[in-house]
Structures are given as structure tokens and as C-alpha cells.
Design a protein around this ligand. Structure first.
Ligand SMILES: Nc1nc2c(ncn2[C@@H]2O[C@H](COP(=O)(O)OP(=O)(O)OP(=O)(O)O)[C@@H](O)[C@H]2O)c(=O)[nH]1
Ligand SMILES: [Mg+2]
Length: 312
């Protein structure tokens, strides 16, 4: 028997405890090894599970290899859309009550998925937070990641030790409410953490080890860094615009007002150009903040899924 090729999205009651979603793009060298590792750890656990592989347009023969692998469900797309999109459609097609996201490059401890699942008790999402950064293009990615993580910590009001981890487990019913918000690229993992947090769902972090990947990275230094920066703008505008835009607006407003008073008294009512610029920026930032906040409020959707509780 080979992979079960699926072309219909599953709907209805969960049929297994866990679905492990594996996004694959050109990982032929270690694909079987990684899938074997996942199976071995899950078989030894008490959880019923399925492995759902999502491949969109691999060109290195990964698709052919996958079709021959036993014991997986396979979702294959002709077009490449990105790892976020693969994770999103994998979650949609999952039959599990819980969904696990991880990479297929031997970097995350996929032999420890059951331990990650054990931590999900009483939480809506549990994230493996990497102790070290062994990722590709570290010099460029590290400062960008650090900045985004600090910003996300400030926006969410919670400590986020690892915002970009690709190793996580979450309740599928909660995630389904937000799938439409997830971007197609790498920032999908950032977005799912932020979306859970900003909608009142709990996220727990457990420390994990992280190994250098096998095979070639799919992270493009410029295209994906640009997307990270866009992600910063989006996070500010869509989660708490007032929290970020109001402090600089108030600061510039106060400095501008001080300068205005100085101009009125000392410069005989000749208001300086820099005073006008300062006050103009302050007003623009506050208007932008208020407008963005209004859009956030107006677009708030109803969420019916109860957050995880502590059972008896
Ligand atoms: N289906 C699908 N999977 C993808 C795509 N791009 C990347 N992936 C998979 O998503 C996972 C993460 O991609 P990586 O290249 O490891 O990205 P990363 O973990 O941010 O970067 P590294 O530090 O290089 O590991 C891997 O399992 C990839 O095979 C894509 O376009 N489509
Ligand atoms: Mg990786």
C-alpha cells in the first residue's frame, strides 16, 4: 500500500487524537528518515494519530517518493504556494482533534512529539522554544527575529521566548477560526501565535533543542526578510495599533508643543518649520492609530470556541 492521496477536505468530527502536518518542498534526501522518525515516536505513544504530508510542486522528486511511502495521507498541489499555505491546508484537511506543525528537515526534535503533546493539557497551543539559533542565514535573521519577537511581546503583553518556532501543537477547533488569517509564507507560524494570544487563547512554551537542517534551506535572504518586515507593519496595524502609534505621537506632540510655546514667546510669534513638522507628524500618527484601531474593532469576528480549561 502506498500513500493515501487525498483530494477532498475532511469535515466533521475528529477521528484521531493528533494530525501531524508536514509541509514538504524539495526535501528528497531525508524525507523518509524524517517521516519514519515521526511514526516511531507516535507509535510508542498513547495517542492515535495520522501523518499528513503537504507537498506543493516539489521539483526534486519528493512528490514521487511521497506517493510510495506507506502510512501517510498526502495532499499534493500542482502550484507552489509556500510553507504557510501548506500548513494551513494541512490543518483544514486534518482529522485530528490536535494538530502538530513541524519541519521535515531534521532540525526539530520530531522524536519528541508525544512529550510536546503531553504539555498541551489545559492549554490551547504549546510551542517548542529553541534554546539556540542554528537556522540558515543567522546573521541576517537573528536581529530581524529579535526585533519582531520584542514587538510581539509588547503587543501581546506576554513573554514570547520563540515567535518563529516551526514546532508546535494546538487545538484544531480553535485554529480553524483563524485559518483564513494565516499568510502563505514563513510568517504563518508567527501569525498563529499572535492570533491565539490576541484572541484570549493560551500558549505555553517548552524549551527544545534545534539542529542545523539537512538539505537546502527554502528561506530566501531578501524576499523573506522583506516579508518579515511587512509582517512587523501588519502586526502593529492589526493587533494593537494604538499601543504602538500613540507613544511616539504623544512624545512628538509634547516636544512640538514645547517648541511652539518657545516660538511664541521667544521668536515673536514666528513659528518654526520644525515645530510645524513635529506637530504635523504627531497629528498624523494619532489619526493613523485611531483609524487602524477603528478598523480592528469593526472587523472583530465572533469566536465561539471556549479556551482550554483545567479539568477535574
Ligand atoms: N509545501 C511546502 N513546504 C515548504 C515550502 N517552503 C518550505 N517548505 C517546508 O517548510 C519547512 C520549513 O522550511 P525551511 O526551509 O526549513 O525553513 P526554515 O525552517 O525557516 O529555515 P532553515 O533555517 O533553513 O531550516 C520544511 O519542511 C520545508 O520543506 C513550500 O513552498 N511548500
Ligand atoms: Mg527548517
Amino acid at each position: 500500500m502506498s500513500a493515501e492521496i487525498i483530494n477532498k477536505v475532511h469535515e466533521g468530527e475528529p477521528q484521531v487524537d493528533v494530525t501531524i502536518v508536514l509541509p514538504v518542498f524539495n526535501e528528497s534526501g531525508h524525507l523518509e528518515k524524517e517521516i519514519f522518525r515521526v511514526h516511531e515516536s507516535m507509535k510508542a505513544s498513547e495517542y492515535s494519530y495520522e501523518v499528513l504530508v503537504v507537498d506543493d510542486g516539489s521539483t526534486d522528486g519528493s512528490g514521487d517518493i511521497l506517493r510510495e511511502i506507506d502510512g501517510i495521507r498526502l495532499l499534493q498541489f500542482a502550484h507552489n504556494r509556500g510553507s504557510g499555505s501548506a500548513r494551513k491546508y494541512g490543518t483544514l484537511a486534518a482529522r485530528g482533534r490536535i494538530v502538530v506543525w513541524t519541519d521535515v528537515d531534521m532540525s526539530y526534535p520530531n522524536d519528541q512529539i508525544p512529550a510536546l503533546l503531553d504539555e498541551l493539557d489545559h492549554y490551547d497551543q504549546v510551542v517548542g522554544a529553541r534554546r539556540t539559533e542554528e537556522g540558515t542565514i543567522r546573521l541576517l535573521r537573528r536581529p530581524a527575529k529579535w526585533f519582531i519577537r520584542k514587538l510581539a511581546t509588547y503587543l501581546s503583553g506576554t513573554t514570547i521566548p520563540d515567535l518563529n518556532s516551526g514546532f508546535r501543537a494546538f487545538r484544531r477547533d480553535v485554529a480553524l477560526q483563524f485559518l483564513y488569517l494565516l499568510p502563505a509564507g514563513f510568517s504563518c507560524v508567527t501569525t498563529i501565535t499572535m492570533t491565539f494570544l490576541s484572541n484570549g487563547y493560551s500558549v505555553k512554551y517548552v524549551p527544545i533543542d534545534y539542529a542545523p537542517r539537512e538539505g537546502e534551506s527554502k528561506f530566501h535572504w531578501w524576499k523573506d526578510t522583506r516579508r518579515y518586515l511587512l509582517q512587523v507593519v501588519r502586526m502593529v496595524l492589526s493587533y494593537s495599533p494604538l499601543k504602538v502609534l500613540m507613544p511616539p505621537a504623544i512624545f512628538l506632540g509634547l516636544v512640538g508643543t514645547g517648541k511652539l510655546i518657545f516660538d511664541l514667546y521667544d521668536k515673536d510669534f514666528r513659528i518654526g518649520t520644525n515645530t510645524i513638522v513635529l506637530l504635523g507628524i504627531a497629528v498624523s500618527l494619532s489619526l493613523l492609530g485611531m483609524l487602524a484601531d477603528l478598523l480592528v474593532q469593526v472587523n472583530k469576528k465572533r469566536h465561539d470556541v471556549l479556551p482550554a480549561t483545567i479539568g477535574r
